[in-house]
Structure formats: structure tokens, C-alpha cells
Design a protein around this ligand. Sequence first.
Ligand code: LHQ
Length: 262
Amino acid sequence: MEMAGKMVESRTVLVTRRDGYHEIVLNRPDKLNAFTVGLHGELMAALREAEADDSCRAVLITGAGRAFCAGQDLNERVFTDGVAPDLSENLAARYNPLTTFIRNTRLPVVAAVNGVAAGAGASLAFACDIVIAAHSAKFVQSFSRIGLIPDAGGTWILPRLIGDARARALFMLADTISAKQAAEWGMVWKITEDSALLAEAADICLRLAATPGSAIELIKRALATSQHNTLDQQLAAEAELQRQAGIHPEYRESVERFRRKA
Ligand code: LHQ
């Protein structure tokens, strides 16, 4: 086991175990951190390792160099060459499990979007629980430019973030959206000065790490069903999740702490 703060280097993903959270850096800066089979494998391994580490209470994902992630590596031959590749296999094997993992993990996942997020790189950011972006970051739904549809959950998540009219136009026109516009539209939680991005992301992770993990996990579960439940169904779901929250020791401990201070 590595000590907190020690960097564990692999080829395309860098992991730093910090106190309370793991920092994961997509690390193909020359190719704007585009997804390859290898990067997918290392990213999933890093996420699974974070989840399995009891001392880890949040995950931070960012990109090395000037980009966050440029989506699928379009030079990865198996997905672009030859006669009619079956792209659904790549989605089923890699992108879909990644999105599902981020949404379902007990850990809050923070994306610090340091530069351009394109295609499935944007979908990755939007799958995360809290997204902050550097002032110079950009978002582009570049899929239609190359004859594809948004994937990795993009057609589900983005309309829910910014509404159908904006998502529909972005998907079809592939306009590049500035970080400022993304914040105004509700695509991201907040934007920061470029130089302040990582400090801000670290601060968010530390605050999440100091929040009862039981609450964070149950909030994620409540939000996962709220989009398709009726109000009555969601009220029932809230009651069940709150029952679970109420019997967790973190609830009793937190209330006792509150009362001692009062
Ligand atoms: C790249 C990439 C890249 C390889 C920049 N691949 N090299 C797809 C297919 C299969 C299965 C399932 O799902 C998907 C989902 C998808 O993600 S589809 C969308 C794929 N991504 C894109 O279409 C984005 C392509 N990239 C761009 O449009 C631009 O590079 C952006 C707008 C991201 C940035 O533009 P610039 O800042 O002008 O940078 P650049 O274009 O000069 O790129 C720098 C280098 O990175 C360059 O390499 P080089 O060796 O010439 O310096 C690019 O070729 C490379 N790169 N994106 N996706």
C-alpha cells in the first residue's frame, strides 16, 4: 500500500493518494488525454482502487497538460479502420461501465476541467458529481462532426443539466461552449481562475471527505431515481433512504456533535 501523497505512476493515468481523497490525472497530454483501451483500463482500475480504500472519501479527476479529455482516440485503429466497426462493443465494454461506476460509486467524484473536454471527454465530466472548470476550459459535443451520436451517457445527462433545447442544438451543431457559458447554463458547478482550479478542487474534495460518507452515498442514490420516479415514488424512495441514513452511526455522531456545540 502506498502512503498518502505518494504518486503511483502508470502509463496513461496518474494516481495520487491524498489525505481523504484520491487524485486521478488523465495523462496523455500530447493527445489531449484522448481515451484509448489502455487509458480506460487504468482509469477504471484507479476508480475501483479508490472505492476499495476505506480511507478514501472522494475522487478528483483532471487532465494533464492543456486538455481535460478529447474523447475517444480517433487514431485507435480498431474503432476507426476497417469495414463498419461495431462501436457498441466499445461502449458496452468501456464507456458505459465507466459512466455507471461514477454514478453508482459510494464516492463523490469531482471533475476539475482544466482545458478542452470534447466528445466522450465531456460526457466523462458531466457524469461526475461536481464539475468545476478553469476559466479557459471549453466544452464541445464534437460527436456529430464525425458522424456519431453523443455517448457515455451524454444524451441522458446533458439535457437534464441544461434542458432539451440547448442540448439538442449543441448535439447537432457541436458549438464550442466556454466555461463561462457552461456555468451560466448549469453545465458545471462553478468556474475558477486557471491557476486556482486544482486548489479549489482539492478544497471541495476535503469538504466532501469531512461530510458523512453515508449521506453522500444515499444522496447519490436518491438523485439516481429522481429523474424517472413520480413524486409519490420519490417520496417513498426518500423515506427508505432516510431510514437507512437514520440508523447509520454517522447520523447519531453528527447530531451529538451538533448538540455539544449548541
Ligand atoms: C487527438 C484527439 C482524439 C486522437 C486531439 N484522438 N488524437 C467514439 C468512437 C468510438 C467509440 C465510442 O465512442 C466514441 C465517442 C467519442 O468520444 S467521439 C468524439 C471523439 N473526439 C473528437 O472528435 C475530438 C477530436 N479533437 C478535436 O476536435 C480537437 O483536437 C479539440 C477541439 C479537442 C482540440 O483542438 P485543438 O486545441 O486545436 O488541438 P489539436 O486538434 O491540435 O490536437 C492536439 C493533438 O491532440 C493533435 O495531435 P498532433 O500529433 O497533431 O499534435 C491531435 O491530433 C490530438 N488529438 N483529439 N480524439
